[in-house]
Design a protein around this ligand. Structure first.
Ligand code: URA
Length: 218
């Protein structure tokens, strides 16, 4: 079976899977080139996407198209999808259970497409792949995860609400060809941050450790 047929079969299987949450909404499976180098992955469909059964077709989608064209590519050259493939009511955030329910399908979709690079759009897609990542710190950093490269960028809808984020998103986007060509050093995912801040110790005269914050002014 070729990739297009495999994806078609996967979409059909999803459509028939009544255990998947957000059932009343339309399935927005994803679209684009099956032999793409870059796969863009967002959060979940919105109202426009639900209506047209296509990912990223609203204002955020127009911005995404515009930035893809800015790289000299066309929307049809890449693959675009979401971690959750049905619209949550009132555009609320997808719940952890919803994200988990759609996960096996996204895993298979990625395996079939086998892109050279995954660009995550927004916090939810970023944390799906790298739970320890933080958007303000890790956007625009190519991260190596499970043999893939994940490149987190701001969500286009967020960039439409903030001039600063728009600037950052456009700058990060410009790096995509270099990341794809392996010209930008990849990094390991940030480590889990300890919830306990290590106390600063100093050695006392008798050799034992003393927390130097004790008795200090803070
Ligand atoms: N926002 C997303 O994350 N995905 C879409 O498909 C549309 C808007």
């Amino acid at each position: 079976m070729d990739k297009a047929a495999e994806l078609g079969a996967l979409e059909e299987e999803m459509a028939g899977d009544t255990s998947l949450p957000l059932g009343p909404a339309n399935l927005v499976f994803g679209e684009g080139s099956v032999s793409c180098a870059v796969m863009f992955i967002g959060e979940a469909p919105g109202a426009n996407e639900d209506r047209l059964k296509r990912p990223f077709v609203g204002r955020g989608g127009q911005l995404l198209d515009d930035m893809i064209r800015g790289l000299g590519w066309k929307r049809e050259d890449v693959y675009i999808t979401n971690i959750v493939k049905r619209r949550p009511p009132e555009n609320r955030d997808p719940s952890p259970a919803e994200i988990e329910a759609y996960q096996p399908y996204l895993t298979r979709q990625i395996a079939i497409i086998a892109p050279g690079l995954i660009v995550t759009l927004g916090r939810f897609a970023m944390n799906y792949f790298v739970p320890t990542a933080k958007m303000t710190r890790d956007h625009g950093r190519p991260l190596r995860i499970d043999g893939r490269i994940v490149f987190p960028v701001y969500h286009p809808a967020a960039a439409l609400r903030s001039t600063e984020m728009m600037k950052v998103l456009r700058e990060d986007f410009k790096k995509i060809p270099a990341v794809l060509a392996g010209k930008l050093a990849t990094e390991l995912p940030p480590a889990v941050e300890s919830k306990v801040t290590a106390a600063p110790f100093e050695k006392t005269e008798n050799g034992s450790a003393r927390d130097i914050r004790q008795g200090s002014l803070f």
